[in-house]
Each structure stands twice: as structure tokens, then as C-alpha cells.
Design a protein. Structure first.
Length: 467
């Protein structure tokens, strides 16, 4: 007997979060999720070859959350099990295959080279309803979701998780809009210094300022929205466990539009391209193809400087009068400078979020003797980027190729400050053909349970905190 994808999705959307909460509250043993999946889902799974691409993608989302849950609960209280993550799925089979092998076949049926485990593309891009960034009511970029019910699937059903996924996708939608403006310039289809090119640059600058504003909203949510750093570190991030040795767990570092912007605008960090290349397996095929193409090209500011007759490597050596003369002769440089400055400010706001939700709280735990989580470390991101690395990247973005121009009168008079928040730019959801503005109404937990809270991250944590 085979269940429909809709029936399976209902279990994965409702029962899986309930079982996860039971385990997190110590109201059920660690094997509860695996047992429920083996009893109610695995025997009913369809052959991936029989699924449409859309249904395969829908099932990838729910089974991805299930796989991460099973791996987490198997490994969490037995650190030695991290050495053999595949053992988390021992005895779990579907259609005559182990769970990881079935998931890999399902991911192949989902198309576009989806990774062999849950990843950013499925739990954020496909999971969250379709989003658009509109300017003056006209859609500039659209990131489709695969469900039409307006719901967001998650690990525990906690509203904070849904809020997190929604804001992350909205942020990438804004990034995609900025990239859609800039990529034709990189493709050589639009002149970077002519009116059409400069209009694109100015609008991209406004979009990136909106992205920064979204990051600030993320840090200061209104009402009951948001996610506490404690929950982020001890509940949410702990699902980013390995399924196989050396695989790449979901991470915001897999936001391909953020990566594309770095290569469009330039990032003078040695080895950054090699770091990004390591992420290829966890990116969708089309994402990597588009990103790799940009990685082979010179950044746009370099092209603009060469158009102005200036060798990029010599710009920082020029005197203030010489720089002022270049800007006077090539005023388009001011617009490009403001774009790079907005990019740097957005990077600074993103770094602030990393520090607020991860690095600062972990530093406090370290200083008080509590220490780190044994399952998923909170001293670095899930792709291995620690605070020092992110600090250096942010400094490099601030010291961008056109940074020497900040000394020129033209740039100073342009007011290198954040412009007022635009009222003609909006990010909306499109659900069942309807435009939904603002944030979705987040549901309460289905069983009325409170949010899972932090367990002691170290056996001696309570004694340390009580001392």
C-alpha cells in the first residue's frame, strides 16, 4: 500500500513536530521519531521514479526534516556516535533501500541536483511560499515555493522556526532582485556607465539598503515574533547534524544570491573562491552554474575603473586631487561607490546578527564555564566559518575596490549615509494566486505546548550557573 504525497505531508507537517517536541521535553525516548517514521511513513512511501518533480520536492522537504530529527536524537546524548552518523538510520528502510539511499533517490527525482540530505534549497526556498520583490508594484524577482497552502514546514512546529525561514527567504528575494539588475551588466548586455546601467545600480543600492533594514528588523522583531538566541543555539541549530561523514548541513552560507553578489561586486579575500567551491555539492545545479560563471569574471567595479582608464591596483596609491579629478571626469563612479558601500553596510548588519544570535552568547557561556554543545558547535557556523573569518570578510567588504574614493568631495557630497527606507519596494508572498503583504499570521503550536527550552549544555552547567 502506498500513501499519497498529501497524506504523507500531513504526517510530516503535524506528527513529526509533535514527536520532536516530546523528545526535546524528555517526555519520550530519543528513538520516538525513528519509531514513528518506521511505523507510519516508511512502509507507505512511493517509488521516487513514480513521482512528479513537484511531488518529489514536497516529499523531500518533510523527509528532510525527519532525517535531520532522527540523526539529531540518535547522536545528541552520545557524542561518540557522531563518528558514524549513518548509524542513526540503522534499520530504517523504504522500498528496499536504507533511509539515506531512499532520500538520495527522492532528491534525484526532485531535479536540479538536490543534495542527498536536507539542505537550504529545500527547507527555505521550496518550503516557504512563493515570494516576490516588487518595485512600484512590478515584480523584479520571484522565488517559487512548492506548496500552495501557505504553510511553512519545520522541525518542531515552533512559530519562531517558521518566522526564521520566512525572513531568510524574503532576504534572499531582495538579493535576487539586486542581482537581476546587475547581472545583465556583468553579461555585457548593459553599459555600466550609461543611463540604463546607472539606473540599475541605483535601484540595486536601494534594494541592498532594504536588505540591511530587513536584517535590523530580524534583530528586533515585533510582538510575539522572533527567536531567542538560546532557542537558536540549543534547539534549532542542533538539527544541523551530519547524515554522512563530511556532508554539508543546511546553512545561510548556501544563500546563492548572497554569494553571487560577492562575486559581482568583488571580494578581495584570498582563497574565498576555494571556500565557496567547497559548497557546490549542497547547491542546486542551476545555482552552481550561475555562481561559477560569475566566479570566472572580473568584478563589476574593476570593469568600471578600467573604463575610466584607471588600473584597479593603483587606485589606492593616487592622491586626493587625482582621485577627485577621476571622479569629476567619470561621475558614474559615485553611484558604483554608493552601491559597494551599501553592500558593506548590509554585510555589517548580517555580522551583527551572527554575533547577537551565536557568537556573543557562546562567548558568555565559555567565560562562565558552561562550554559548547557537543552535537553542533556554536563556536562556528555549520559550514565552518567562525567569528574571526566573518569579521575578516566584513572588513574586506568595507575596504572594497572603490573605497579610496570616499575621500573625494563628490562622494562626500553624495552623503555616504543610509537613505530613507523606500516605500515603493515591497517583498510579498504569493499564496494560491493571492498576494500576501507583511508577515504571515504565525500559528500557535498545535498541541498548545510551550516552546522547547535549553537543556543543560554541559553536565556541570547547573552547578556553574548556581555558583
Amino acid at each position: 500500500m502506498t500513501a499519497t504525497v498529501a497524506q504523507l505531508d500531513t504526517w510530516l507537517r503535524t506528527e513529526l513536530p509533535r514527536l520532536n517536541r516530546a523528545v526535546l521535553f524528555d517526555a519520550a525516548p530519543s528513538g520516538t521519531v525513528a519509531a514513528g517514521l518506521a511505523r507510519d511513513v516508511l512502509p507507505l512511501l512511493p517509488d521516487p521514479a513514480d513521482l512528479t518533480t513537484l511531488d518529489a520536492r514536497r516529499l523531500v522537504i518533510g523527509l528532510g526534516f525527519a532525517g535531520a530529527s532522527i540523526a539529531r536524537h540518535h547522536q545528541e546524548h552520545h557524542p561518540e556516535r557522531k563518528a558514524d552518523p549513518l548509524a542513526s538510520f540503522a534499520g530504517l528502510t523504504a522500498r528496499g533501500r536504507s533511509f539515506p539511499d531512499y532520500f538520495a533517490a527522492l532528491a534525484e527525482a526532485a531535479g536540479d541536483g538536490h543534495y542527498q540530505r536536507e539542505t537550504y534549497a529545500s527547507i527555505v526556498l521550496w518550503n516557504v511560499p512563493t515570494t516576490e520583490v516588487r518595485v512600484g508594484g512590478v515584480a523584479l524577482a520571484r522565488l517559487p515555493g512548492v506548496f500552495e497552502d501557505g504553510l511553512i514546514r519545520s522541525y518542531t512546529g515552533d512559530p519562531g522556526e517558521e518566522w526564521f525561514f520566512e525572513l531568510v527567504k524574503k532576504g534572499q528575494t531582495i538579493e535576487a532582485g539586486a542581482n537581476a539588475l546587475l547581472e545583465p551588466i556583468s553579461d555585457g548586455l548593459v553599459d555600466p556607465c550609461e543611463p540604463d546601467g546607472l539606473d540599475r545600480v541605483r535601484l540595486a543600492t536601494r534594494l541592498i539598503e532594504e536588505l540591511r533594514a530587513l536584517f535590523l528588523d530580524f534583530a528586533n522583531p515585533t510582538g510575539e515574533r522572533g527567536m531567542e538566541p538560546e532557542y537558536f543555539m540549543d534547539v534549532f541549530r542542533q538539527y544541523a547534524v551530519h547524515w554522512r561523514p563530511g556532508d554539508i548541513p543546511p546553512s545561510g552560507a548556501l544563500d546563492v544570491d548572497a554569494l553571487k553578489r560577492d562575486f559581482l561586486l568583488g571580494i578581495g579575500y584570498p582563497g574565498y573562491d576555494r571556500h565557496v567551491a567547497k559548497l557546490e555539492p549542497a547547491l542546486l545545479r542551476d545555482e552552481w552554474t550561475a555562481l561559477h560563471r560569475l566566479m570566472q569574471r572580473p568584478p563589476l567595479p574593476e570593469t568600471v575603473l578600467r573604463r575610466a582608464g584607471v588600473a584597479p591596483e593603483h587606485l589606492a596609491e593616487l592622491t586626493a586631487p587625482a582621485l577627485a579629478g577621476i571622479v569629476a571626469a567619470h561621475p558614474a563612479l559615485v553611484d558604483w561607490y554608493l552601491l559597494l558601500s551599501a553592500h558593506a553596510r548590509a554585510a555589517g548588519a548580517h555580522l551583527m546578527l551572527s554575533k547577537r544570535f551565536l557568537f556573543n552568547p557562546q562567548r558568555g557561556r565559555d567565560s562562565s564555564g558552561i562550554g559548547d554543545k557537543e552535537l553542533v558547535s556554536n563556536r562556528s557556523g555549520t559550514t565552518g566559518m567562525d567569528e574571526s573569518f566573518l569579521d575578516r570578510l566584513t572588513r574586506v567588504r568595507r575596504a572594497h575596490l572603490l573605497a579610496p574614493l570616499r575621500r573625494t568631495p563628490a562622494v562626500v557630497s553624495a552623503g555616504d549615509v543610509k537613505p530613507p527606507r523606500a516605500d515603493d519596494i515591497e517583498v510579498v508572498m504569493v499564496i494560491g494566486g493571492r498576494t500576501v503583504r507583511g508577515s504571515r499570521q504565525l500559528p500557535a503550536l498545535a498541541d498548545g505546548a510551550p516552546r522547547p527550552r535549553r537543556r543543560d549544555p554541559h553536565p556541570n552547567a547547573r552547578q556553574v550557573e548556581d555558583a
